[in-house]
Write a protein that binds this ligand. Structure first.
Ligand code: CMP
Length: 134
């Protein structure tokens, strides 16, 4: 089915000047980029986005990292977009990410892992509304 998913190009990837390369991968994979903005997250916006991780030990460093520089937030549309985007990204931990995935190529650690993508249709709807409204 035609789906939408939320993509975030994280501060490490923005700082590395690979926004264009990542967008090229999205476009080559057949995604349409239907919404996009570059923003500087603050503690409230990043903390709210990752509210489900609030009790996890990495929460504080996650919010610090995500507010350390601008991010590019996009909505990608395509057939089976949620799973397809997760496959393009590779595993959360780049050490476990398959060759040729975004995280294998651009991430350095599980904390600085270059990109975020919605993990289900339900979180995609919630995350898209969080950044772009209903
Ligand atoms: P992301 O998909 O943006 O969602 C939460 C982020 O927390 C994740 O990517 C990682 O960058 C970061 N993180 C750090 N440690 C962990 C961990 N042990 N498990 C999951 N995510 C982690």
């Amino acid at each position: 089915a035609l789906e939408r998913t939320l993509s975030i190009i994280k501060p490490d990837a923005v700082a590395k000047n690979v926004i264009g390369e990542i967008y090229t991968r999205f476009e080559r994979a057949g995604f349409k980029i239907v919404e996009a903005k570059m923003i500087q997250l603050d503690d409230e916006l990043a903390g709210g986005f990752y509210a489900e991780h609030k009790e996890r030990p990495f929460y504080k460093s996650l919010v610090e990292f995500m507010t350390s520089g601008p991010v590019v937030v996009s909505v990608l549309e395509g057939e089976g977009a949620v799973l397809k985007h997760r496959e393009l990204m590779g595993a959360t931990n780049p050490a476990e990410a398959a060759t040729g995935t975004l995280r294998a190529d651009y991430a350095v650690s599980i904390d600085n892992n270059a990109v975020h993508g919605s993990d289900s249709l339900e979180s995609a709807a919630r995350e898209i509304a969080y950044f772009f409204g209903e």
